[in-house]
Design a protein around this ligand. Structure first.
Ligand code: PLP
Length: 314
């Protein structure tokens, strides 16, 4: 298998804004969106040890699940092409042609797509359904929807491990696997703020607790690790995949000032939330704040298509 590295080191860029000066804050972005030319972002971190595990087990096929615009499905397809796995994507809902930008990228990368209606799709984690898949496709290495499992969390533990200490590390949340990995490797040094991209994401702290537990395997230690984590639920903008004019204006302005594109589903919402919290005086003066850019750039084209807009001019 080709080297998964270099992916360990992503640049950190300091951001200048009058707002930060007024509040005497240092704000930087960890460019995980640049960690690999093809797969990029947290999805690469989540896949790394799964790919190694699949290879070790002699599995040449990866099978996974996702919605039609899923960054995870796109990453599995790209990783399959790059590292020599056959890939199968089980997509929620009916086939729509022409394929949207995400799924067309998947097929270009050799992924075999299968569609399941929403009722069947809900059964994806049951033994019966997995049995059905094995009968249909033969042997494969299964990666869950969104990519979060034990191996994924271990991969995400490498995101911040080589960097200086920050007072706050901010990260968007979908399933929570990424922020769980970051929180474990942080070892209590920074406050970790996780921004839910879901409406009603209050359950996520419990979810992240059990993900941390799956790695550290001890109740007391789990609570100790979880202590540095704080869930922020105010910036979902109406729910997962919902966007507003305000959010659009924010990411456009940020791009024109700093030449960094945020995806709209996760990072744009987190960054917007951080700016709001700064205005509200959440962060003490002289805090050093790190925003983890988790990638998701492939999803921008899909959002543009669905909403019939251009987000960035280039
Ligand atoms: C999937 C994804 C997330 C969410 O990661 P989880 O580990 O599921 O919490 C965040 N940002 C981007 C860009 C993603 O694609």
């Amino acid at each position: 298998m080709k080297q998964l590295l270099p992916m360990g080191y992503s640049p950190i860029e300091k951001i200048q804004e009058d707002l930060f000066d007024e509040h005497k804050l240092h704000v930087s972005v960890l460019r995980e969106d640049k960690n690999h030319p093809l797969i990029q972002g947290n999805k690469l971190r989540k896949l790394t040890y799964n790919l190694l595990n699949s290879k070790k087990k002699g599995n040449k096929t990866l099978l996974t699940f996702g919605g039609a615009y899923s960054n995870h499905i796109a990453a599995v397809a790209a990783a399959g092409k790059e590292f020599g796995f056959h890939t199968i994507g089980i997509v929620r809902g009916e086939e729509k042609l022409p394929l949207n930008p995400t799924l067309s990228l998947c097929t270009q990368n050799g992924m075999e797509l299968h569609y399941e209606d929403r009722t069947t799709y809900k059964l994806k984690n049951t033994q019966d359904y997995k049995e059905h898949l094995r009968n249909k496709f033969g042997s494969f290495y299964l990666i869950p929807e969104g990519g979060t499992n034990y191996y994924a969390i271990n991969g995400c533990m490498e995101i911040i491990e080589r960097y200086d200490e920050y007072d706050y590390i901010c990260c968007p949340i979908g399933t929570g696997g990424t922020v769980a990995g970051i929180t474990i490797s942080n070892q209590g040094k920074s406050k970790i703020l996780g921004f839910s991209s879901l409406k009603g994401g209050e359950f996520l702290t419990q979810e992240i607790r059990s993900q941390i537990h799956s790695v550290v395997n001890d109740e007391e230690l789990t609570d100790e690790v979880l202590h540095s984590f704080e869930l922020v639920t105010d910036f979902h903008f109406g729910g997962y995949a919902k966007i507003t004019e305000d959010l659009l204006n924010f990411v456009r302005k940020f791009y024109s000032s700093h030449q960094i594109k945020w995806d709209l589903l996760y990072n744009g919402k987190m960054a917007y939330g951080v700016y709001e919290m700064i205005k509200q005086g959440f962060f003490p003066e002289h805090s050093r704040i790190l925003l983890v850019h988790t990638g998701g750039i492939q999803g921008i084209a899909g959002i543009e298509e669905r909403n019939n807009i251009r987000i960035y001019e280039d």
